[in-house]
Design a protein around this ligand. Structure first.
Ligand SMILES: Nc1ncnc2c1ncn2[C@@H]1O[C@H](COP(=O)(O)OP(=O)(O)OP(=O)(O)O)[C@@H](O)[C@H]1O
Ligand SMILES: [Mg+2]
Length: 304
């Protein structure tokens, strides 16, 4: 039974969820999973990805977005956003005369600035997301209740989350300064936006997760809404065969031992909500997303 104060209920109140974590831990998979759950719960849900490899569509079983908003299921849509394109659009919007806009866009100064300015691309992506949430969607496409951003692997630190503030600190006026300040305020507002961190039960991802939580606290005075420990091996049975008797069992045993000790370490450093998901022998695609959705729903409804 879903309780009033379950994690799921809390997550569904948010307008923006940023899914982040180390490379390859399941960010795109769980962005898709969260999308399914929210759409099923009646929320108009947009999934946004910025990774040029574009892989959400494969997980959801639809054609690649290529920049368009693609409908996946009732109330579930996906869009690939190219940060560069947004910045170019911004220039076009502000410089209404096409010839001038084309000149600016082609100029090395513009290219240099948009490529090199720290945080600019990230702030622009969040700016686009804010516009979607405010109803600036193409004709016939509903305003999303929630946007889930499949954020790129950031390595250590909080670069994606801190980017807008960084820009706002440097550029205080003009359209970009304005946008960055608005985005930074939105990301700080924990009634509207939240972070979900994905990890696996392995040493490096757990280490990065603990470091991310630490730097979120120190630099942003924030904490994730939820940490998901993904792709865990099944818990071990009471009867353990002797080592060498069954190589497959030995593999399972050693993987799960690592999972156990890393989950323990995570538990010591993270006192907030934690969901655990199994590793499933299913290829990336809608079947994997569907199965994981059922597991995650159960985890989130217990209100742990
Ligand atoms: N619980 C799971 N069970 C089985 N396979 C999984 C599970 N979670 C993720 N995978 C698989 O692991 C691989 C990596 O997942 P995914 O692409 O979602 O990670 P990512 O964090 O988005 O990676 P990247 O940092 O490269 O964007 C994919 O092949 C995916 O299908
Ligand atoms: Mg990914």
């Amino acid at each position: 039974m879903q309780t009033e104060n379950s994690i799921f209920a809390r997550l569904t109140e948010l307008k923006l969820i940023v899914v982040t974590g180390k490379g390859g831990v399941g960010k795109s998979t769980l962005t898709s999973v969260l999308g399914r759950l929210f759409a099923d719960a009646g929320r108009q849900t947009f999934l946004v990805e910025v990774d040029p490899r574009e892989n959400l569509h494969q997980l959801l079983g639809v054609p690649p977005s290529g920049g368009d908003i693609v409908e996946v299921a009732p109330r579930l849509r996906v869009q690939h956003i190219e940060p560069r394109t947004i910045l170019d659009d911004l220039v076009r919007e502000k410089l209404k005369v096409d010839v001038v806009a084309s000149k600016v866009l082609a100029s090395p100064v513009h290219k240099h600035f948009t490529e090199g300015a720290p945080g600019l691309k990230e702030a622009a992506v969040f700016g686009r997301i804010l516009r979607l949430l405010r109803g600036h969607t193409p004709r016939g496409i509903p305003t999303p209740d929630v946007v889930i951003l499949d954020a790129p692997a950031t390595g250590h630190g909080v670069s994606w989350l801190a980017a807008a503030q960084l820009v706002a600190d440097v550029i205080s006026s003009g359209p970009i300064g304005h946008l960055a300040a608005e985005v930074a305020a939105f990301l700080k507002d924990n009634q509207q936006s939240g972070v979900v961190v994905i990890t696996t039960g392995e040493e490096m991802p757990v280490q990065e997760t603990l470091e991310l939580i630490h730097s979120m606290r120190i630099r942003l005075n924030q904490a994730p809404e939820l940490v998901i420990a993904n792709a865990l091996y099944p818990t071990l049975p009471p009867e353990i065969p002797a080592e060498g008797e069954d190589p497959l069992f030995d593999l399972w045993y050693s993987r799960r031992q690592i999972n156990d000790s890393e989950l323990e370490r995570l538990d010591e450093g993270w006192l907030g909500p934690l969901a655990e998901l199994p590793i499933l022998p299913i290829e990336p695609g809608p079947a994997l997303v569907g199965r994981l959705s059922r597991y995650l729903k159960r985890e989130l409804e217990t209100g742990s």
